[in-house]
Design a protein around this ligand. Sequence first.
Ligand code: GUN
Length: 285
Amino acid sequence: MLRVAAQIIDGKALAQEIRAELREQAAALQAKGVRPGLSVFLVGDDPASALYVKNKHRACESVGVFSEEHRLPVTVSQDELINLVLAANFNPSIHGILVQLPLPNHIDKRAIIETIAAEKDVDGFHPYNMGGLLQGNPRAVACTPKGVVKMIESTGMSIAVKRAVVVGRSQIVGKPAAMLLLERHATVTICHSRTQDLAGRCREADILVVAAGKAKMIDAAMVKPGAVVIDVGMNLVDTGFVGDVDFETVSKVAGWISPVPGGVGPMTIAMLLENTVEATVRAAK
Ligand code: GUN
């Protein structure tokens, strides 16, 4: 049987629609004298992190969110960083705080994340927000998994009752993505580096979310025909950035597939803006 190629989930276009709505919400807030504000902390000069932060800053400007950037030397102490985050906690013109990860080894990531006021945690990494997600009462939800779910929903396919497989168990993507899918009544399997028969598990998936950080690790033989495939991977190889999914072969089998670049990346940034605007609305109440 000749299969029609998968439909593309255009994260870039979806993100633009969301940004247009956020621009209106930000304008409405400004009309009431409240300008959404985001404070971003970047420690060290990792080029990938610097690029992310630059993209975030530009995105904020494009929707009318004020953003301030704290670029700190790699030698900054944990106490100095904590004091700066505390200052942002107490700054009434800042509604969202983001500390770009990874942090240098001498800084305890957990101590920093727990310093951020839960109501300003636009990454959704604070234990209060992670706990809310686990309890089925999410407030700020991590940007990448939040965007992933919106991408799945954009296909029109219902998540309830479906078999969802998440490859990767990170705090930033895998675990929260699994919880969001569970909350929408999918039957969820989380796979990881020690999973037996990964291909078999993946082939069971109506919804396959891949966030393992391994270039092109998912091939066509691992995908159920017609499945929705979301590729969270962003791996630098000789030819540029590729995802965790072998797009060329998998797109011949899947029903829907998100590309890299132009898939999850733009949605993550749109969700950061959404979380910042939502935090502003909550603070204004
Ligand atoms: N580093 C890579 N992705 C992220 C993210 O979503 N948030 C933060 N704070 N750091 C990151």
